[in-house]
Every structure is written in structure tokens, then in C-alpha cells.
Design a protein. Structure first.
Length: 564
């Protein structure tokens, strides 16, 4: 039973690791457990050209409305020339396109691109390598009528293009030509330190008859993973919809391809978003605003997610104003929740959110005290080990008892190796005499597995750890250790922890006892340094507790080296 107990422990450990990886892969659209294949980038250039062409507009924007089958390009649009304008705040460097007043580039000035340290992180973009745009426009209720869309060439009103330190806000205003009696004025208002902006649409009816129309908001993105996506762990990239009724609903790009869309299409609250590791963008309308949520494939490797909101009938000579907000920035949980309750869910903890959120709260509080995310991770693991002290103590005491009787078990197994039935009976007799429960160490460990998986996700998804230093050579807890020192230490602690356990009598089990932890240790060479630091701390504290308990119980620690 001693070797059975160890086998069960390793099965639990192995299964939890496999489950962890498999859940990540399934959540993020990969078939393989390891080494996921990134989405093809061969069609990006073609998709980019189609994204700005008139032919792509109807399928992406108005397919949910049978009455609005096309958005033709007018003569004024085709003859006018478009230009790009750059707007600067303390945290954002934005590029707007006068074609539709589209936000075509968002550079995050406070976040370095970890794969290109000399550059800032770029979220939205319209280049040969990436298509990621924020667009809005109008849809006429009457078939065949065209109002200003994201293809309409607009005029940028004169004004400042840089938010100075003394400024409270900065407004960027685009004004469309009149199309079928309707004029659209689009105003973006930015404030210092904010990654969100107010977006106001003023719809002016210059005609002599009432007009009925709808306003659409959409995010258009290619299906490629972000640059530098790890081959050893994968995070979700794709569209998401949040509603008060159905909560957070994310959809894989491949499911859009297959038209397997499971999200709430009609709602009066919520948001639509494009999500990737550490960053997100989102359109937010005021609660109570009726909207139709949609996701569409526009072209090869190009997708959109958005909302269509009806606008009240606009009388002749009057203006209707519609307020909204747009966010493009890091997944800073507290700020997202303050912006819109539920927006923090774009920081996706998966199926253990209920455990992950309080763990993030705790590590964030520790960082507020220690002012170092690395030491905060260490402190968090210390607190968790303290919280689980009695569970772990029970497990280690059970292991110590098993070690004490292991010589008798080994002698008995050798003596009765040709009589398995008698061997089993003698083994159970020894356990009864010594009051040993061979399964006593399993349950306490099994109870802790969900907590440590949740903590794994917290550390993997916390954007505040990007470019956050710990000590010495660790300048970025979200990147792998450049010198592999932490992974080597982690491997050594794993080997030491394994060596402290008595070798199973079965030679095959003895080999597996070493092969499995060493195999998992290899993966840590490619993990973010913060995750490796967490495992090292956990290993060291576990070794210390096991050593103390064994010594107190009169079972001196003994190193059992592998025999291959």
C-alpha cells in the first residue's frame, strides 16, 4: 500500500498539471496540450486590404439587419483624400484616421513591448503585420439609404493634439459631410492617466423629414495571436460579450469560422471586447441602452465584434446625441472594475475565478506594503502555507508514519513476493498494528490543488508584473529568467523534495518518482520568472515543514537517490 499511496499522489499531481495545461489549451482554441500552433498569418495582408474596402462593410456591420444589405461608397467619399492624425496623452499615443474617424492605432506609453524592449506596447494597429481597429457609423433603417459610416471621409476640426500636464481633457472632433440629409459629428474626449475615453456621436438631421437609423460600434481584428506568444502556455485571444444576464461570454475565432456562436445577442447592458494576454479593448454603452450584439467573420483571418443600438427618430432640423465610452489598455483589475462592473472579467482566470479573485486581492495588498511584486509573491506563498499548515502537517505526519513502517513493508514484500494474496493481508495487518492510514497524505494535498492552480492563473495574467523587477538579474517577472537561474533552483528543490521520500520497492515506480517531477521542471525554463519564484518558495517551505515533522516524529530525513 505504500507504493500505492505514492502512485496516487503522483497521479493527483500529474493529473492536476495535465488538467491545468489542457484547460488552458481548450480555452484558447488549441488542440495539442503542449506546443500550440499559432493562427496562420499568411492571410493578414489580404485581410488588411479587405478591411478597408467597401465590400467588407456590409457583412461585418449590418448582416444582423436584413433591411440594410449594403453601404455603398459615395462619390464624395471616393474623391476625398484621407489622412491620419496623431494624438498624445501621458499614457496613450493614438492615431486616428479621417476615414470614418476610426481609431487605427493605440500605443501604450507606460507599457514596454517585452519582445522589443526599445518600443512601447502597441494594441490597436493598422499595418502589414496587424489589423486591429475601432470603428463606428450609422445604418439607415430604410433599405438603399446610406448615412455616414466608418468609410466616410471626415474632417478633423482644428484643435490641440497633445494633452498637456495642465489640461483637464482633450477633445478630438471629426465631422462628416451630409449624406442623405444626415451629418455625423464624432467627438473623442481623453483625460490624463486614463485608458478610456468618452465617445460622443451627434447625429444631425438637416433634411425636411424625420429619419430613423441605428448606430453601430465594432472592433475589427485579425485572428493571429499576439507576437511572442509562448509555446508552453497559451492565453485567450478573441472577442467577448458581457451582459448582466449571461455575464462574461468569450468566443474563439475558430467558432466564429464555424458559426458556433454562443452569446447573448439582445441586451440592455454590458459591453463588447477584444481580449488578449494582459490587454483588451472594449466598447461600453450606458446601461438601459437597447443593443444587438454581433460577431462576424469579415474576410480571411479577419473578424469583428460589436453592438448595434437603435436611435430614436430624429425630427427635421434637430440633433440626437448618443454617449458611449471606449477602452484600450492594460487589464488592471481594480481600474477595469471601477470603469464598468464586469469589465475586470476580461482578465480571465478561467473556471477558478471564485478562488483567483481573492488571491489577486491579497497579493495586490501585499504589494502595496512591500512595493515589490516578487517579494509579494513570496509573502503570498508564505501566507498560503501558513493557512494550510495543519493540512500539510497531517499529510507529512502520515508520510512519516509510512516511512517508519516502510522497512517492515519492504521485508514482507520480499518474503511474500510469490504470494500476492498473503502479502496484501500482511500489509493490512501492519497498517492496523501501527495505526497507519496509507491514504492519509492524499486528501490534504488534493484539497490544495485548486488553490494553487488559481494562484498560477493569477500570476500568469496580472499585467502589473510585466516589466516589474524583483532582485538582481530579474528585471521582468512576466518574462522567463534570462539566465535560467530560477528554473535551475526550482529543479534542484524538486529533486531534493523527491529524494526526501523513501524509494518505492517497485523499480518502475521508483523511476517514475524521479522522471515525472524532472519532466515538469523542464517546462519551468520557459515560464515567467514570477511563476517559477512561486514554485521555488512553495517547494522550500514544503521541504522545511516535512523535515521538521519527520525529525519530531523520530524519522530522520534520509536522501534516496535514483537508481536507473
Amino acid at each position: 500500500m505504500n507504493d500505492i499511496r505514492r502512485t496516487i499522489l503522483w497521479v493527483i499531481f500529474g493529473f492536476s498539471m495535465v488538467l491545468l495545461w489542457d484547460q488552458w489549451q481548450v480555452y484558447n482554441g488549441h488542440k495539442a496540450t503542449f506546443f500550440p500552433t499559432p493562427a496562420s498569418q499568411t492571410a493578414t495582408l489580404q485581410a488588411a486590404s479587405n478591411a478597408t474596402g467597401a465590400a467588407s462593410v456590409p457583412s461585418a456591420v449590418v448582416a444582423p439587419l436584413a433591411s440594410a444589405a449594403s453601404l455603398p461608397v459615395t462619390a464624395s467619399q471616393s474623391q476625398a483624400s484621407k489622412e491620419k492624425v496623431e494624438i498624445l496623452t501621458d499614457v496613450l499615443k493614438l492615431t486616428f484616421d479621417t476615414e470614418g474617424g476610426t481609431l487605427s492605432r493605440a500605443e501604450l506609453r507606460k507599457h514596454i513591448d517585452v519582445h522589443h524592449p526599445s518600443q512601447n506596447e502597441v494594441l490597436l494597429d493598422d499595418s502589414k503585420d496587424r489589423v486591429y481597429l475601432a470603428q463606428t457609423g450609422l445604418i439607415a433603417s430604410a433599405s438603399g439609404t446610406v448615412f455616414p459610416t466608418h468609410k466616410t471621409i471626415m474632417t478633423l476640426r482644428p484643435g490641440p493634439r497633445k494633452l498637456e500636464a495642465q489640461d483637464k481633457d482633450l477633445s478630438v472632433v471629426f465631422e462628416s459631410p451630409i449624406e442623405n440629409g444626415v451629418k455625423l459629428v464624432k467627438t473623442y474626449t481623453l483625460k490624463p492617466g486614463d485608458y478610456d475615453m468618452a465617445v460622443k456621436h451627434e447625429i444631425i438631421n438637416t433634411s425636411n423629414q424625420a429619419v430613423s437609423l441605428q448606430l453601430y460600434y465594432q472592433l475589427v481584428r485579425d485572428g493571429n495571436k499576439p507576437d511572442g506568444e509562448s509555446s508552453f502556455y497559451s492565453t485567450f485571444t478573441g472577442p467577448a460579450v458581457f451582459t448582466g444576464e449571461k455575464k462574461y461570454q468569450k468566443v474563439e475565432f475558430k467558432d466564429i469560422e464555424k458559426d458556433k456562436l454562443e452569446f447573448q445577442k439582445q441586451s440592455n447592458d454590458g459591453y463588447v471586447a477584444m481580449v488578449q494576454h494582459y490587454f483588451a479593448s472594449a466598447w461600453l454603452l450606458p446601461d438601459g441602452t437597447k443593443r444587438e450584439n454581433f460577431m462576424r467573420k469579415i474576410d480571411t483571418n479577419l473578424y469583428s465584434v460589436g453592438m448595434i443600438a437603435p436611435v430614436e427618430t430624429i425630427a427635421p432640423g434637430t440633433t440626437k446625441t448618443v454617449e458611449s465610452r471606449f477602452f484600450a489598455g492594460p487589464q488592471e483589475e481594480k481600474k477595469l472594475e471601477a470603469l464598468y462592473p464586469g469589465l475586470e472579467l476580461v482578465k480571465d482566470y478561467g473556471w477558478l475565478t471564485i478562488l483567483a479573485k481573492p488571491l489577486y486581492w491579497l497579493v495586490d495588498k501585499l504589494n502595496g506594503i512591500l512595493n515589490n511584486w516578487g517579494w509579494s509573491i513570496v509573502a503570498l506563498v508564505v501566507l498560503l502555507k501558513a493557512g494550510f499548515y495543519w493540512l500539510n502537517a497531517h499529510a507529512y505526519k502520515s508520510m512519516a508514519k509510512m516511512k517508519a513502517v516502510n522497512p517492515r513493508i519492504t521485508e514482507m514484500r520480499e518474503r511474500l513476493k510469490d504470494n500476492p494474496q498473503q502479502m496484501q493481508m500482511e500489509m493490512m495487518k501492519i497498517y492496523r498494528e501501527e495505526k497507519v492510514n496509507p491514504m492519509g497524505g492524499c486528501l490534504p494535498i488534493a484539497i490544495q490543488i485548486p488553490v494553487f492552480i488559481a494562484l498560477y492563473w493569477v500570476l500568469l495574467s496580472t499585467v502589473e508584473m510585466r516589466n516589474a523587477p524583483w532582485i538582481g538579474w530579474i528585471h521582468d517577472l512576466a518574462a522567463p529568467d534570462p539566465f535560467f537561474i530560477l528554473p535551475l533552483v526550482m529543479t534542484l528543490t524538486t529533486m531534493l523534495q523527491t529524494a526526501l521520500n523513501p524509494a518505492p520497492p517497485d523499480p518502475m515506480q521508483a523511476k517514475m518518482m524521479w522522471i515525472m517531477p524532472l519532466a515538469f521542471s523542464v517546462m519551468f525554463f520557459f515560464f515567467p520568472a514570477g511563476l517559477v519564484l512561486y514554485w521555488i518558495t512553495n517547494n522550500v517551505l514544503s521541504i522545511a515543514q516535512q523535515w521538521i515533522i519527520n525529525t519530531r516524529m523520530g524519522v530522520p530525513p534520509q536522501f534516496n537517490l535514483p537508481k536507473f
